[in-house]
Design a protein around this ligand. Structure first.
Ligand SMILES: [Zn+2]
Length: 214
């Protein structure tokens, strides 16, 4: 499969395409491609029996498509564990290089890597790592923006966007950090939080992309 096709399959899976039909608009937005190109690619993926595509309704992954998506995501997230834990990468560096490695590593290598790393359940950004049979943990999380003033929780996941990850690492935010919301700034201003006991300001946009236990 080409890298481009693999990216489609992976994003459809992440949007929930294992369970429901994902519409073209969602796919074109997340991959940042024109709707016409999306339609063309979905036709190709259907021909290869990776998805079932219904015009005006959307795309759902077939079993074959799901297997491919799971292998890619396992690769991505396991490489991230390896790069960060063993090679000292930053969050965004690991995400970038995992994006390349996921397309070239065969399933056998990914399985060995998983064993070598001790079967981790989550990547360093808090995304669940599917097992080889597709089982995946689905923790119930909400964003910091959905918390109330005075509420405390634990950070469990951050959105994998490089600018955001660099910003969060500079603020010393970790998966597992204890966070209390002290005050939401007026008019979507910065959120004042207490992080592992230290007061910090978090931009409103970032607060919507950091997830905590419910
Ligand atoms: Zn990750």
């Amino acid at each position: 499969m080409t890298r481009n096709k693999e990216d489609y399959i992976k994003e459809i899976y992440k949007l929930g395409g294992a369970e429901e039909q994902i519409n073209n608009k969602q796919i074109s937005e997340i991959l940042n491609v024109a709707p016409a190109s999306v339609t063309e690619m979905l036709g190709k993926l259907q021909k290869e029996e990776l998805i079932v595509y219904e015009p005006y309704k959307g795309s759902k992954l077939t079993e074959k498509g799901m297997d491919a998506a799971v292998t890619l995501l396992r690769g991505h997230r396991l490489w991230e564990v390896f790069l960060i834990e063993r090679l000292g990468y930053t969050w965004s560096e690991a995400h970038d290089d995992a994006e390349k490695l996921e397309h070239v590593a065969p399933a056998r290598l990914i399985d060995r890597l998983e064993e070598y790393l001790g079967f981790p359940d989550f990547c360093p950004h808090g995304n669940a790592i599917p097992r080889a049979d597709g089982r995946i943990q689905k923790p119930n999380l909400k964003s910091i923006l959905e918390m109330k003033e005075g509420e405390a929780s634990v950070i469990r996941r951050v959105t994998e966007e490089n600018d955001l990850m660099d910003y969060l690492q500079e603020l010393n935010i970790h998966i597992g950090s204890k966070v209390t919301v002290e005050k939401f700034g007026a008019l979507e201003g910065p959120v004042t939080i207490r992080l592992d006991g230290v007061q910090k300001q978090l931009s409103c946009k970032a607060a919507g992309m950091v997830f905590v236990e419910m």
